[in-house]
Write a protein that binds this ligand. Structure first.
Ligand code: ZN
Length: 198
């Protein structure tokens, strides 16, 4: 016997999430149907629709936002320093340390030849434009300490090295292979303090 189509569709949707296998997807779908009330489910489906419609990368820095330009880019009290991060999650983690008052550039990915992601897939032109237009005087490359993160950092260094700016790599008290997203605050503060010239 098969599940009714709408239930099977929901199971299939849950299975699209990373780390969710068929059994867990089934459990989540059943939980939705049996344990959540109609209002909660409606709210959930509304959020899904809304993020698809409203959330997009900031035109200036790539940070996920519901406006054309994100709050951080609009904040005139921020220093003309640019921290380059892999994603908005990393930006949020770094913001929480309260140790940095510059701007960001969010790559929304890393160079990863194994996954078919070359430099053309990431918007480095936008990075160059931001550096030039906003007269950035320093960039700190805070990609993760993974092979892809290091590769991306080196690529960025090469495309900006002719500009009159200081280029730093975030200092890693983080173990090799570590994701910034999961680092604790103390480690991150140390990593910011330990930035080194590239
Ligand atoms: Zn922005």
């Amino acid at each position: 016997m098969k599940y009714p189509k709408s239930l099977q569709d929901l199971i299939d949707s849950f299975q699209k999430y990373p780390g969710i296998g068929p059994k867990t997807a089934e459990r989540l779908a059943f939980f939705t149907v049996m344990k959540m009330n109609a209002e909660e489910v409606k709210k959930f489906s509304l959020s899904l629709n809304e993020v698809v419609e409203k959330i997009k990368p900031c035109k200036s820095c790539g940070n996920l936002t519901d406006a054309e330009i994100c709050n951080i880019c609009l904040d005139e009290t921020r220093d003309n320093i640019l921290m380059v991060v892999e994603g908005t999650k990393e930006l949020m983690v770094l913001e929480k340390t309260n140790q940095y008052n510059g701007k960001y550039f969010v790559l929304n990915g890393v160079i990863s030849p194994l996954n078919g992601i070359g430099p053309d897939e990431l918007d480095f032109d936008k990075l160059i434009k931001k550096i030039d237009e906003e007269k950035i005087r320093e960039i700190i490359i805070a990609t993760n300490a993974t092979v892809e993160g290091e590769m991306t950092a080196l690529y960025i260094k090469n495309i900006v090295k002719n500009k009159d700016i200081n280029i730093y790599r975030i200092g890693y008290g983080l173990p090799a292979g570590a994701d910034i997203e999961y680092a604790d605050e103390i480690t991150l503060i140390k990593a910011l303090e330990g930035k080194r010239i590239m």
